[in-house]
Design a binder for this molecule. Structure first.
Ligand SMILES: [Zn+2]
Length: 80
């Protein structure tokens, strides 16, 4: 990903907007991933989003499994 690597070009000062981080930490805002957060806060934000996406994917996979079971049931019903 690179967002958590301070040496990644996406985290270089050329992405700084000249404004301060939206979290109020006092560091300069602006990375390749967002103009509103500084590097440190952006890493925390991305990790939060990644965790939420993981949870969502697990939920969707569970739903998909339930859906397959249901459609199998309907299929069996049509055959009978
Ligand atoms: Zn910050």
């Amino acid at each position: 990903m690179g967002y958590d690597d301070p040496n990644n070009p996406g985290n270089s000062s050329k992405h700084h907007t000249g404004k301060l981080c939206i979290e109020g930490c006092g560091r300069p805002a602006g990375t390749r991933w967002s103009p509103y957060w500084c590097f440190e806060c952006n890493v925390r934000r991305m990790q939060r989003i990644t965790a939420q996406l993981d949870a969502l994917m697990i939920k969707m996979e569970k739903k998909a499994l339930v859906g397959e079971e249901k459609s199998d049931g309907i299929h069996d019903g049509n055959d009978a």
